[in-house]
Design a protein around this ligand. Structure first.
Ligand code: C2E
Ligand code: CA
Ligand code: CA
Ligand code: CA
Length: 265
C-alpha cells in the first residue's frame, strides 16, 4: 500500500476503536444575535480525543470516515449525545438553546433515519424544537426524492433544517423554491472571509440574505471573524452569526457557563 492508502486504512481502524472506546467528544460553538449579543443556539462539532495525539480536528478524520460506514456511526453518536445533553440541560434547569448537528448526506439513504431520530428524541424526552440538522447542498442534489422525503418526515417531528455551506454548491436555489424543505440558510465562511475587501463578494452575500428573506427563511453567517464583517452583516439584516469574533468551539462545561449568562460580553 502507498503511504496515503495506509494512512486512510490505519485511521479507519483507529477510528472504529475510538468510537467503541468513547474517544469522540463534542465542542459547542455559540450562534449569537449581534444586536444584543444573546446566545441563540450552538453548533455541535465533533473532535477525536486521541490518547496520544490529543484533540484531533474534524477535518482530519471526517473526510476519511465519509469514505466508509463510519460516518454514519459518528453521526448517530452525535445525534444521541446531543439529545442526551439537551435532556440534561432541561433536568438541571439550564436555559437551553437549540443545538445543530451535522448530518452527512449519505445517512438519509440508509434504513429508517426519520424513525431513528424519532426514537432518540422520545428516549430522551427532549423538545424537538431544540434540535436542528445541518446538511449541505450536495446532499440535496443527490437522490432528491429519498432525501426530500426523509427531510419532510423529520421536519414533521418539529426539527428544523439548515442548509450548510450555502453558496458553495450548484443550482439548489431552484430546489429551495420547489420543495420548501429548509428553514435556514447558512452562508459559507468563504464568502464572509472576503466581504471586508471584495465589493463583489459583499454584493453576493447581500443577495444571499435577500434570497433567504424572499423565501421566508432564516439566515445565519458562519466564520465571522472581524468587526467589519459583523457590521456589514448587521447593517444588511443578518444579525445572527457564528464565528471566532464571538467564540471558538467550546468544551461543554465552558459553553454551559455562557448558557447561564445568556449572552457573550
Ligand atoms: P462546518 O459544518 O462548516 O463547521 C464550521 C467549521 O468552521 C468548524 O470547523 C468551525 O470550528 C469553523 N469555524 C467556526 N468559526 C470560524 C471562524 O470564525 N473562522 C474560521 N476560519 N473557521 C471557523 P471544524 O469544527 O473543524 O469542522 C470542520 C468540518 O467538519 C465542519 O464544517 C463539518 O463539515 C465537519 N464536521 C464537524 N463535526 C461534524 C460532525 O459531527 N458530523 C459530520 N458529518 N461532520 C462534521
Ligand atoms: Ca455545519
Ligand atoms: Ca459550514
Ligand atoms: Ca464545511
Amino acid at each position: 500500500m502507498d503511504i496515503e492508502a495506509r494512512h486512510v486504512f490505519q485511521t479507519e481502524v483507529d477510528l472504529k476503536k475510538a468510537i467503541r472506546q468513547n474517544e469522540l467528544t463534542l465542542l459547542f460553538q455559540p450562534k449569537v444575535n449581534a444586536k444584543n449579543n444573546a446566545i441563540v443556539g450552538a453548533e455541535a462539532l465533533v473532535r477525536w480525543n486521541h490518547p496520544e495525539r490529543g484533540l484531533i480536528p474534524a477535518d482530519q478524520f471526517i473526510r476519511i470516515a465519509e469514505k466508509s460506514e463510519l460516518i454514519d456511526e459518528i453521526g448517530d453518536w452525535v445525534l444521541k449525545q446531543t439529545c442526551k445533553i439537551l435532556a440534561d440541560w432541561t433536568k438541571r434547569k439550564l436555559p437551553a438553546v437549540p443545538i445543530s448537528i451535522n448530518i452527512s448526506p449519505k445517512r438519509f439513504l440508509k434504513g429508517d433515519y426519520p424513525g431513528l431520530v424519532r426514537n432518540v428524541i422520545r428516549r430522551w424526552g427532549i423538545d424537538p424544537g431544540l434540535l436542528e440538522i445541518e446538511i449541505t447542498e450536495t446532499s440535496l442534489m443527490e437522490n432528491k426524492t429519498v432525501v426530500t422525503d426523509a427531510i419532510q418526515q423529520i421536519r414533521q417531528l418539529g426539527i428544523k433544517f439548515s442548509l450548510d455551506d450555502f453558496g458553495t454548491g450548484f443550482s439548489s436555489i431552484n430546489y429551495l423554491k420547489q420543495f420548501r424543505t429548509i428553514d435556514t440558510l447558512k452562508i459559507d465562511k468563504s464568502f464572509i472571509a472576503k466581504i471586508d475587501e471584495d465589493p463583489q463578494m459583499s454584493a453576493i452575500v447581500k443577495s444571499f440574505i435577500m434570497l433567504a428573506k424572499g423565501l421566508d427563511m432564516e439566515v445565519i453567517a458562519e466564520g465571522v471573524e472581524t468587526a467589519g464583517q459583523l457590521k456589514f452583516l448587521t447593517d444588511n439584516d443578518c444579525p445572527v452569526v457564528q464565528g471566532f469574533i464571538y467564540s471558538k468551539p467550546l468544551f461543554l462545561s465552558d459553553f454551559e457557563v455562557l448558557l447561564r449568562e445568556g449572552e457573550i460580553r
